[in-house]
Design a protein around this ligand. Structure first.
Ligand code: 3HC
Ligand code: NAI
Length: 695
């Protein structure tokens, strides 16, 4: 019964049209695989059927294997078995590709004799992005259609091509406007009538192209994805097209797939795939809540963040008013924006006309009254509660009824800011990350009084700006910066106990970050944190001493490192070492040698501990939401899944135990595990149990 629903069969002119229907994206679940196999076998056995068209309904053709089944025991028929069945079909078989044909979806289509794709369809083998390689013949059939050089570029990058490019590469035989089924029917009949010969893709070795062209393309493709273990497996597998008979090469591909699918790095990337989609489901936001249309925006403050945020609006086609208190600051901000666009034009990543269109959407003004016409206002002035309250009080009296009033505050209490208005339902945080026009994370901070429609507006707008919006609750630093603070504190403390800046940075780079905390601080400028510490009465002995010595990072040529020649790669500096040792002595901290494992654990585990507290307090809805924050706001290495995924893999018990040991050994009481983490450790529970309890 269910099978009939998953693949509908109609007959047209003695051609069986098998239409896959497994919403939302026709992923190849076990039930669907079985339904496809049955339908193909029945059509093949039916003497009234001369040919078969494999089509699909909905917005995609087939989005590939069902990723949620990976890691579970395989269920027959497996995807390679279904592909084999199509390949061996005695009747002409044509795929009608109505939308995305990705991974196993393209592999199905390539096992047919011919392919017709609708214009606008995307075709690709994105498995590498999940730490995998195409495991159902993709590495053997794609090179036999497109040539091995084109195939290796597509498989190693994982990037899809358009139907038009697919036609040019020979991956499809025809591209049509609209429904591809009529053209597929025509082709199927022509094959059945013997007007064209049905050729199996496996037999098209003539299209592979020269081996040297493949090797050169493989080397280029690999250079673009350094360190991705699946990428090398992809090239090796395609290379087998030159070295092994088809069936042996397909078996070798399958063996490689089965190894990779068990690898923790692939598990992490699959987790990321689902976590990125899960953040779209916001607990407590009634399904179908629609946001307000944002036709015009205003940004208050043309500093580092305000300028970047204004660019986000302009890039997305939304006119924006950028507001300052005085002309000089406004000019500076506008010049910085123009400079950023000029760099993109110079690099060739932005056309001059498009730059002009974007600049034309940004209007600079002096005075808050210019926010009156905006559907949404983002405030990005200095991090000062009284100032922000004053601004929100004024906005309340001038903004349009129903306008959304957002603050970009990094740490401040969004409810206290909303309290300065008579419309707390319209207020929330939209926390962008620096540089705002580049980083994809948007923390959407839901205040106590934020209305569902306001939240929906911010989320929809965030997506329109190309961001990944993650809804978080109100607390000091929200999710990202609150966890970062634990890491920053440990980084400083490790220096005082005996580690060098370069040893701390090297540990995080070895973990997979692009940069360690000190190289990062030098890049961002040490004065930002210094100003915040002074304002909040906090100290950081090493960082403060560097700032007092005028070492503010790359911009002053010196920070934790010495940038002597003005380059971006700093050198260790004996003066910094002396300054750190003096600070240790002043504080009476005995210095010792600290190994890389201790450094890594003391940087990462307190963050996971803080994540547990964040989940217990309901500040983040799911462990995966925290992971998405770290992936897109702080460049956490995707193949490690995110801090909470990493924590889950190690287990709360191990993390709690190591934190206790580090606390005892270092004398740093802040390392003791939180009540939340300790409870998980005791009860053997996972991090998601904390969010279930919070909900
Ligand atoms: N398996 C399981 N679920 C999938 C899925 C898949 N392959 N692809 C998408 N989904 C789910 C998503 O999780 C989401 O679920 P939700 O509604 O519960 O959150 C839902 O389908 C809709 O997905 P999107 O939000 O991503 O929808 P879009 O319309 O934005 O994008 C898409 C559609 C371009 C098809 C995109 O979903 C996509 O890129 N999918 C994955 C493609 C992929 O990686 N395929 C390769 C799989 S591996 C493989 O085939 C191995 C083989 O070689 C053996
Ligand atoms: P900044 O100092 O670069 O810019 C602030 C701007 O606001 C200045 O140009 C100033 O002239 C202007 N301003 C001050 N009062 C104003 C008023 N009454 N009306 C209009 N403009 C006014 O500061 P930055 O770094 O852009 O930070 C702004 C906000 O964004 C802060 O709340 C900060 O915490 C937050 N933030 C900062 C990040 C960063 O990395 N710099 C990252 C994310 C958030």
């Amino acid at each position: 019964m269910e099978q009939r629903m998953l693949v509908g069969v109609t007959v047209d002119n003695a051609v069986a049209v098998l239409r896959i229907a497994n919403p939302p994206v026709n992923a190849l679940s076990a039930a669907l695989r079985s339904a496809i196999a049955d339908a193909v076998q029945q059509a093949a056995a039916d003497s009234g059927i001369r040919a078969i068209v494999l089509a699909a309904s909905g917005r995609t053709f087939v989005a590939g294997a069902d990723i949620s089944e990976f890691g579970k025991p395989p269920v027959s028929p497996t995807l390679p078995e279904v592909v084999e069945l199509l390949d061996a079909c005695p009747k002409p078989l044509v795929a009608a590709i109505n939308g995305a044909a990705l991974g196993g979806g393209l592999e199905l289509a390539m096992a047919c004799h011919e392919r017709v794709a609708t214009s606008g369809a995307k075709l690709g083998l994105p498995e590498v992005k999940l730490g995998l390689l195409p495991g159902a013949g993709g590495t053997q059939r794609l090179p036999r259609l497109a040539g091995a050089a084109t195939a290796v570029a597509m498989v190693v990058s994982g990037e899809p091509v358009t139907a038009e490019d697919a036609l040019r590469h020979g991956i499809v035989d025809e591209a049509v406007e609209g429904d591809p089924v009529p053209a597929a029917l025509r082709r199927a009949l022509a094959l059945a009538d013997g007007l064209a010969a049905p050729t199996r893709v496996r037999d098209r070795g003539d299209r592979l192209g020269p081996r040297e062209a493949f090797e050169a393309a493989a080397a280029r493709a690999l250079q673009r994805v350094p360190g991705n273990p699946a990428a090398a497996a992809c090239t090796d597998s395609i290379r087998a097209a030159f070295e092994l008979p088809f069936d042996a090469a397909v078996r070798a591909e399958r063996d490689r797939f089965l190894v990779l699918v068990k690898d923790d790095r692939s598990k992490a990337l699959r987790h990321v795939f689902f976590a990125e989609r899960a953040v779209a489901h916001v607990p407590g936001l009634p399904k179908g809540t629609r946001g307000r249309e944002v036709a015009r925006a205003a940004v208050i403050g043309a500093g580092t963040m305000g300028g970047g945020i204004a660019m986000c609006f302009a890039n997305a086609g939304i006119p924006v008013t950028l507001i300052e208190t005085e002309q000089q600051a406004l000019e500076r901000g506008l010049q910085r924006i123009a400079g950023n666009y000029a760099t993109s034009v110079q690099r060739g990543s932005l056309a001059a006309e498009e730059r002009n269109r974007r600049l034309g959407r940004i209007e600079g003004r002096i005075g808050l009254e210019h926010a009156a016409g905006a559907d949404l206002v983002v405030e990005a002035v200095f991090e000062d509660l009284a100032l922000k309250q004053q601004i929100f009080g004024t906005l309340d009296s001038i903004a349009k009824p129903g306008a959304v009033l957002a603050t970009n505050t990094s740490y401040l209490d969004v409810d206290a800011i909303a309290g300065a208005t008579r419309r707390p339902e319209a207020v929330l945080g939209m926390h962008f990350f620096s540089p705002a026009n580049v980083m994809k994370l948007l923390e959407v901070v839901r205040g106590a009084g934020t209305a569902p429609g306001t939240l929906a507006t911010a989320i929809e707008l965030g997506r329109r700006l190309g961001k990944v919006p993650v809804v978080v609750g109100v607390c000091h630093g929200f999710v990202g910066n609150r966890m970062l603070a634990r890491r920053t504190a440990q980084a400083e403390r490790l220096l005082l106990e005996g580690a060098s800046p370069q040893a701390v940075d090297a540990a995080l780079v070895a973990f997979g970050f692009r940069m360690g905390p000190f190289a990062m601080a030098d890049l961002a400028g040490l004065d930002i944190g210094w100003r915040i510490r002074k304002a909040t009465g906090k100290t950081a002995p090493v960082a403060d001493a560097l700032c007092e010595a005028g070492r503010l990072g790359q911009k002053t040529g010196k920070g934790y490192y010495d940038y002597g020649g003005g380059g971006r790669q700093g050198a260790p500096d004996p003066a910094v070492q002396a300054l750190i040792e003096a600070a240790s002595a002043r504080l009476g901290i005995a210095r010792r040698s600290i190994d890389a494992d201790e450094i890594t654990e003391r940087l990462i585990f307190p963050m996971i501990d803080e994540g547990a507290r964040i989940l217990e307090e309901g500040i983040a809805a799911r462990p995966g939401d925290i992971d998405v924050v770290w992936l897109h706001g702080y460049n956490w290495p995707a193949w490690r899944g995110g801090p909470m995924f990493h924590g889950e893999q190690l287990g709360a018990a191990r993390i709690a135990q190591r934190l206790e040991q580090h606390a005892a050994h270092s004398g740093d009481a802040s390392l003791h595990p939180s009540a939340a983490l300790s409870r998980l450790a005791r009860e053997g529970q996972g991090f998601s149990s904390l969010s279930e309890a919070a909900a």
